[in-house]
Design a protein around this ligand. Structure first.
Ligand SMILES: [Mg+2]
Length: 367
């Protein structure tokens, strides 16, 4: 099996409402569908979500780097030659979402060619994950209403609350309102997207000490090296690195610097190959992990799920797999269904991504 062509197709699907957080705002899912074609007719599929405010990639840059640099480097290779393919891709720095979509499409191909789900190839731990839902910036009462709706409709009982607004009061009030409204039966954790300073973060954590938060993610910038270490040293809950630890080397630095005690793994930026390396590194160092969401569509969510369900360590916490609920539509022929707060892995070979071609025709932006 040889790679014959790589398609990078821009598409855009509107959100029901803009998603707001400390590092940016998104009104539509303007992503890139990546399809890797082979000479035996199999097609591997994944998506690349551009996140310029985190990684510098845009929809146009993802398409350009795939078409002009990556495709010529790997056409003719076999999808199983992952080490050699990554060596070629890594001649170009950065571009994590573009590289990861190619990587996951290759795993999809390998799974299809041997007739096994990617989850089974990766680790085969289980076939499902509990789902965590992200609650973005709004008035506290609106955030409570959204979380309540999601819990009642989908059975989700874990919520990631976006914080990082300054002054800290609105976020502290929102977390308190969520705990009071939803009770002790739900899990809450916070993500600051670097919006606070270390002293802001310490103060906010003190004010929320009675709210039984599971952990806190990326409250202040990683460049505040001593500030982060100071914060981690006094925190009574685990402190997670997300956008500050996007590659194995950064993960090492964050953990050994004492700047974090856990790491968010996002297949949208480390694919399956590098997500494995990050996971095994965390396991070896005794660090915690959570499956994060790069505001993926159902395609990306299926990829996160395939990885998260494959390992015991990634299955312990609820995975962030529900951002697609905020989209008005999707490209999957068979939509994902969250039931009783759980998403199940597809039993099909590979990733089980079947694209609705009519929807793709409708939402693609290149015709
Ligand atoms: Mg985050």
């Amino acid at each position: 099996m040889k790679i014959t062509n790589i398609e990078a197709i821009p598409f855009a699907i509107p959100y029901r409402k803009p998603l707001a957080f400390a590092s940016g705002q998104i009104a539509e899912a303007a992503h890139v569908l990546v399809r890797v074609h082979t000479d035996d007719g199999l097609v591997g599929t994944a998506e690349a979500p551009p996140r310029p405010f985190t990684y510098g990639e845009t929809q146009a840059s993802i398409i350009s780097v795939i078409e002009t640099i990556f495709a010529p480097q790997i056409i003719g290779a076999s999808p199983v030659e992952r080490e050699s393919i990554h060596a070629r891709l890594n001649r170009t720095v950065a571009n994590p979402a573009a590289k990861s979509a190619i990587d996951m499409a290759l795993w999809d191909l390998i799974g299809q060619s041997v007739g096994l789900p990617v989850t089974d190839l990766l680790g085969g731990h289980g076939d499902q994950m509990r789902v965590s839902h992200m609650v973005g910036f709004a008035e506290p009462s609106e955030m409570v209403a959204e979380a309540g709706r999601v819990r009642d409709r989908y059975g989700i009982t874990t919520f990631k609350v976006k914080v990082g607004r300054r002054p800290i009061d609105m976020d502290v009030a929102a977390c308190r309102a969520l705990r009071e409204a939803l009770g002790d039966g739900v899990e809450l954790y916070i993500d600051g997207n670097r919006g606070w300073t270390a002293p802001d973060s310490a103060r906010a954590l003190r004010k929320m000490a009675d709210l039984d938060l599971l952990f806190a993610e990326e409250l202040c910038p990683a460049d505040d090296v001593l500030g982060r270490r100071w914060l981690v040293n006094q925190s009574t809950i685990p402190m997670f690195a997300d956008e500050s630890a996007t590659r194995p080397g950064e993960v090492t630095r964050e953990l050994l610097d004492g700047a974090a005690t856990g790491v968010s793994i996002k297949t949208a930026r480390t694919g399956f190959t590098y997500s494995q390396r990050v996971l095994f590194q965390c396991e070896g160092l005794g660090a915690d992990v959570v499956m994060g969401n790069q505001i993926d569509s159902q395609i990306g969510s299926l990829c996160s799920l395939a990885f998260g369900a494959a390992f015991e360590l990634t299955s312990r916490r609820a995975g962030e797999l529900s951002n697609f609920l905020d989209m008005t539509d999707d490209l999957l022929a068979e939509p994902l269904q969250i039931r009783n707060g759980v998403l199940r892995v597809r039993e099909a070979p590979g990733l089980g991504i079947e694209i609705d071609e009519d929807k793709l025709t409708h939402y693609r932006q290149d015709n």
